[in-house]
Design a protein around this ligand. Sequence first.
Ligand SMILES: Nc1ncnc2c1ncn2[C@@H]1O[C@H](COP(=O)(O)OP(=O)(O)OP(=O)(O)O)[C@@H](O)[C@H]1O
Length: 406
Amino acid sequence: MELAEDVKTSLQKLPSRRVQELVVEVLQELKWVGVEEIEVTPGSSLGDGLMALIYRVRATGRLARAEKARASFVVKHTPRNKARRDVFDVPMLFANEHSFYENVVPALSRHCGPLAVAKFFHSITDGEHDALILEDLKEQSFRLADRRKGLDLRHCRVVLAALARLHAASFVLKEKNAAAFEQLRPRVKDMFWDADREFAFKPFTTSCFEETLRTLKAYFGGDDHENKYIEAFLRLSERGYDFIAASVRSTASRLQVVTHGDCWTNNLLFKYADEQPDSPSDVRFLDYQLTRITTPAADVTYFLFTSPNSILEQHHMDPEKIFSRRCLDEEMARMAPYGLTSAGIVVPAVCVPPEFTPDMDKVLGQTRDDFVQEYAKQMKADTPEARLQLASLLKHCVDRGFFKDL
Ligand SMILES: Nc1ncnc2c1ncn2[C@@H]1O[C@H](COP(=O)(O)OP(=O)(O)OP(=O)(O)O)[C@@H](O)[C@H]1O
């Protein structure tokens, strides 16, 4: 397709020639014969995403027989800074997300209908210009909730129902076509807790344990009767990354499903009935870089420990036949250390005031430590909200006996 000079110039705002070509290929696949205008703008705000650059591409043009066409995409692109890509092995994260859209979504939705995901158009996974092109959900009135306010019960219900559909799709696939589920295993790789990811995420988790401990000590102060909580946390942090990794990996095979892996407020877009902010009617999950096969309780715990505006009692599920309430409770208790560890990583990011929001593009050094330090900025913000939430979660775990075997 021939492009006018001004269209080419607009496309150059995208970070690589390869991704500019890919956008044009997508338009051709949509049967466009001409592009009249292209607008490329930032697709997210600082703090909405750390592992990628997000662009919004709006285009107008023509189909055959001169019909007008409009489209809006989100381009999720690997960071420009090579050191930033290398320290967290971002190409692997993109490959996992690509595989989710390419392999997992078609397999899971075959028997269960559509999942709460954006439409996926194309991707590049060459380790250098990695990018995904997705439908722009904001164009369909989906939007982010305010992470610092937290999600109320209505929002949580919508998310838990969508998570349940995602998890149920694996149970159905196992039931209908066990071999097809097995084929997904090598295509969904745990990017955080797998033994060969330790090099990147063990030091990161260790630094997060240290910061969580500092936050918790600041909350509990020197008060002796609260010390059982700090002691419990110390036992957890001593066991550290290896213990959490083992609990993620050791899920009984019959309970394993494809999970989202990073289900917190900034990876959720909501739609509202009649645009009323208190009546979410639908949700889409974003960011499948950390999708993994493990217990459904990993997603539920991660979500409930990071995103609601208060700790919720979990009274809203009754999947007796496939995954009983008792089984869920046992799995939730088993995964509580994972939940608290994840909360130590995510909650500071939920509560961070804008002036402490890390900006990975501004990191001058080249080492993993430089990036970990920049990420830790939001922990250093040390907000009363983060203290309260982490301390309440720790109390929740200790008082219910979840840490008694640590
Ligand atoms: N398909 C989409 N439609 C609309 N907005 C989107 C879409 N995908 C991403 N975004 C916006 O971009 C932000 C970051 O996206 P995403 O979480 O995929 O990137 P990331 O850098 O991998 O994030 P993280 O730091 O959580 O790894 C989202 O919070 C959302 O605001």
